[in-house]
Every structure is written in structure tokens, then in C-alpha cells.
Ligand binder design. Structure first.
Ligand SMILES: [Zn+2]
Length: 323
């Protein structure tokens, strides 16, 4: 039984690698840009980057890659057999099998794949803001919305391994087009992209007059302008953050109705604006949640592991699944 595992969190822009002890302590960390060239077949370029990160850890810490438990979190539909069925934001890796690629390139024998949102949920459950909570949902507010569902202490992987894709829950029938090809998905309203889209819409309609003037045009108003201005007390920006918070609460209320969960851990890039989002989201939950007053108080809390949630969770996957 290995004392350490490696967790790899592969995103659209960077691949984060952590070397982790059994109690969740990060012993070493590497960050590399994610390549986007398709040369060599599905996942070949990305597989090379991951192999280099693993070899670096092995050399620095005198580890044997062939016996090292390795977990990989990927933004996409990861099948139970470890193959990546579809990665809409990382097209060059769609169809890749990283366990095979890493066995062939560096002799790694214990490589396990999981969806990145599912990894984040497992990381928070083991060592973060979901620790000891048998029923909770991880909600990752990044470019889109990722997530993972812990029910009765177990990750909901689903029939094929695709469970927990909460960002593609439809919250607005006939709403705006999503990257998945559907319309009105939650991630079009309550994510970083959702904020940017709403900011442009509001600016065009004249509802962000001060910010539009300051930025020199509606097309220049970015999501981060809104979060910053809201934190400084600008009314129009606070109003837009409240709108995003309402959409956040709308999706959470749906999840409560289905799962009867009472605990949400909010992570991802947009969660840095937690102070502007979570208090009003909690208030909206009171009006949007089915049977709100019959339930125990609902907890909506920021991630405990922040940027490391996915990588730590990937390491946890490796610890748990290595025979
Ligand atoms: Zn979608």
C-alpha cells in the first residue's frame, strides 16, 4: 500500500499535478500548460505532459512509477473503464485512454480516471468542506458548471460513469444555446461564462451604465469588472451579481428537490466572488426550494480545498481504487 498518490487535474488551460499523502497533505505540486495539438492521436500531447509531471515527481521523491497510484480528473464524460468518451472543452483528448497511454510511455500500472467535478466532490468529502457530510453536492463554478454528487456517503457515478453533470440541467426551457448543443442549461446562467454573457446583455440594454462608460463600451464589460465593482459597492453591479445568485439558487433548489440534499460546496473560479453570491443565493433558496420550511437549514459553503480540490480528489480516487 503506497503512502503517497499523485492527483492530476487536467483543465482546458493547465494541468495541475499534486503529490499527496494518505491524510491529504500536498507534498509537491506542478503546473503545466495543457497542449491543444492533435498530433499523435487523441490525448497524445496531453499524455506526454502528464508523463513528464509523473517522472518529475518520481525523480524528486525517489518513487517507482509502476507501483504509484495515479488519479486523473478530466473535464468531460469519463467512462467507468477509464476512457474519455467526450470532452467538449478539450477536443484533442476526446476518446483517449490515459491509463493505456501512461502504461506504454512510462510503465505506470495503476492509473484511474474520473470526471473532474466528481474528483472535486471526493476531495471535499475526504479533506474539505464536505468532510463527514454523507449527502452533499459539489458545485464548481468555472467557465461552465461542473459538479459531483455524494449520496449516502458514495459518489453517484451512474450507469456509464457520467453521473453528476449538473451544469447541463436545464433551468430555462428554450433558453440560450449551450456548448453541449442543448438550450437553457444551468451553466449558461450561473457560471463564469454565464456572468460574462449576462454582463454583456445588461450593458447592451443600458443596465450597467457606469461600468459601460468606464470600460468604453458594452462589449468591453467583463465578468471580473462586475465582481470587482460589486465588491466595491456599485449598485448596478450588485444587482447583476444578485441575478447570477438567483440562477445559482434556481439550480440548487432543483437539486434539493431531486436529491433531498441540504449541503452544497461551491468551488471553481467564480467562487472567489463567494461574498457577492452566496448570501443572496441562500436568501433566494428560501423562496425557490420545495418545502423549504419543512427541511433542516440548507448549508451553502465555499470550497475548503479551493484550486486543489480536483487534484486532491483525483489522488483520493487513486488511493481508493488501487487494489
Ligand atoms: Zn449544456
Amino acid at each position: 500500500m503506497s503512502d503517497v498518490a499523485v492527483g492530476l487535474d487536467v483543465g482546458g488551460t493547465k494541468a495541475l499535478a499534486v503529490l499527496v499523502s494518505r491524510d491529504g497533505e500536498i507534498l509537491d505540486e506542478l503546473r503545466t500548460s495543457t497542449p491543444h495539438d492533435a498530433e499523435g492521436g487523441a490525448g497524445a500531447a496531453t499524455g506526454k505532459v502528464l508523463a513528464e509531471q509523473l517522472v518529475t515527481f518520481a525523480e524528486r521523491h525517489s518513487l517507482d512509477v509502476s507501483s504509484l497510484p495515479i488519479g486523473i480528473g478530466m473535464p468531460g464524460m469519463v467512462r467507468r473503464d477509464g476512457r474519455l468518451a467526450f470532452a467538449p472543452n478539450l477536443q484533442t483528448v476526446s476518446g483517449a485512454s490515459f491509463p493505456e497511454l501512461l502504461r506504454e510511455s512510462i510503465g505506470a500500472e495503476f492509473v484511474y480516471m474520473e470526471n473532474d467535478g466528481n474528483c472535486a466532490a471526493l476531495g471535499e468529502y475526504a479533506w474539505g468542506a464536505g468532510h463527514g457530510v454523507e449527502n452533499f453536492v459539489m458545485v464548481t463554478l468555472g467557465t461552465g458548471i461542473g459538479g459531483g454528487i455524494i449520496a449516502n456517503g458514495e459518489l453517484v457515478r451512474g450507469q456509464s460513469g457520467f453521473g453528476g453533470e449538473i451544469g447541463h440541467m436545464v433551468v430555462e426551457a428554450r433558453g440560450t444555446l449551450c456548448g453541449c448543443g442543448g438550450f437553457g442549461c444551468w451553466e449558461r446562467y450561473a457560471s463564469g461564462n454565464g456572468l460574462a454573457r449576462l454582463a454583456f446583455e445588461w450593458a447592451t440594454e443600458g443596465r450597467l451604465a457606469e461600468l459601460t462608460l468606464k470600460r468604453g463600451g458594452a462589449q468591453n464589460v467583463r465578468g471580473e469588472d462586475v465582481t470587482l465593482a460589486a465588491s466595491q459597492g456599485l449598485e448596478e453591479a450588485i444587482a447583476l451579481m444578485n441575478e447570477v445568485a438567483w440562477w445559482l439558487a434556481r439550480g440548487l433548489a432543483n437539486l434539493i428537490a431531486i436529491l433531498d440534499t441540504g449541503h452544497f460546496v461551491i468551488g471553481g473560479g467564480l467562487s472567489t466572488a463567494a461574498d457577492q453570491l452566496l448570501p443572496s443565493a441562500r436568501e433566494y433558496l428560501a423562496e425557490l426550494t420545495f418545502g423549504y420550511d419543512k427541511r433542516p437549514p440548507i448549508v451553502v459553503t465555499p470550497s475548503g480545498l479551493t484550486v486543489h480540490a480536483g487534484a486532491l480528489g483525483a489522488a483520493k480516487v487513486a488511493f481508493d481504487r488501487q487494489p
